[in-house]
Design a protein. Structure first.
Length: 267
């Protein structure tokens, strides 16, 4: 394959070493001389047509993230970011010049959080919900859900799950059916079966009539008497006060870690 073909297969950016390994040093230098590939940083090349956000991340040895990564996964954003979002490890240093022209995020991503120069769909969704303005996050979450990503019932629940994912020791799964023997206890929004914690995203619309309120009250009571710790958060909690939600979740994890539950299990 030609150098251009190799770069295309690599997503449009690559290091000099990886290009030479796939072709030859002579081919790489010839492609540079012909303008088929451009140097974006020392030892780092890109196609002239490569995604601008990907090039910016490649220049800084980072990955494209947040609303800059969302379109890569097929999720339209409400407004394109004015500058590309780039995530780098916490310890990586940048010059003053390298800090310009990007929205810089510092996170030590796991190997499963990024691929091909972009954060993965799951990590992108979490980043958008946690760090973006709510209208932008909601747009990304809605499109991700329409694509069948995850099992959340709605974007509000996704935003709550995003907060929960950042709480150490908490491992929630959306929309899990819970039973105690033959008795069906409910299908809460988020469940940590190990700790016996149920987290609900409560909306005024859902509880807009007395019947819906009564059904949920009975469901919460069934879960509580069977040993589950039920936490309920409103839209305002999740969107306007996410730090307070995280504080409550951390306290719940601490309480359940000290006093393990004996409750009905997830079906």
């Amino acid at each position: 394959m030609s150098v251009v073909e190799v770069l295309e297969r690599m997503g449009g950016v690559a290091t000099r070493a990886s290009l030479i390994a796939a072709t030859t040093r002579v081919d790489v230098d010839a492609a540079r001389a012909a303008g088929e590939v451009v140097t974006v940083a020392r030892g780092r090349y890109a196609l002239a047509s490569a995604d601008a956000a990907l090039v910016a991340a490649h220049q800084r040895c980072g990955v494209v993230s947040h609303t800059s990564a969302a379109p890569h996964h097929g999720w339209q954003v409400r407004l394109p970011p004015d500058l590309p979002h780039v995530t780098l490890p916490k310890g990586r240093t940048l010059t003053e010049a390298q800090r310009l022209g990007i929205h810089l995020h510092r996170t030590d991503l796991s190997p499963d959080d990024a691929t091909g120069g972009f954060t993965t769909p799951e990590r992108t969704l979490v980043d958008c919900l946690r760090s973006g303005r709510f209208p932008d996050a909601l747009c990304v979450a809605d499109l991700a859900l329409r694509d069948g990503f995850g099992r959340a019932a709605n974007a509000f629940e996704s935003a709550l799950r995003a907060i929960a994912l950042e709480v150490s020791g908490l491992q929630v799964v959306p929309q899990v059916s819970i039973r105690n023997g033959q008795q069906f206890l409910g299908r809460p929004d988020l469940v940590d079966e190990r700790l016996g914690i149920v987290i609900e995203a409560d909306t005024f619309t859902w509880h807009g009539d007395r019947g819906a309120l009564g059904r949920d009250a009975r469901r919460y009571n069934r879960l509580a008497v069977n040993g589950w710790l039920v936490l309920r958060f409103t839209w305002e909690d999740v969107v306007l006060h996410p730090d307070e939600v995280a504080l409550i979740l951390r306290a719940a994890v601490a309480e359940r870690t000290e006093r393990p539950c004996s409750c009905g299990r997830a079906a």
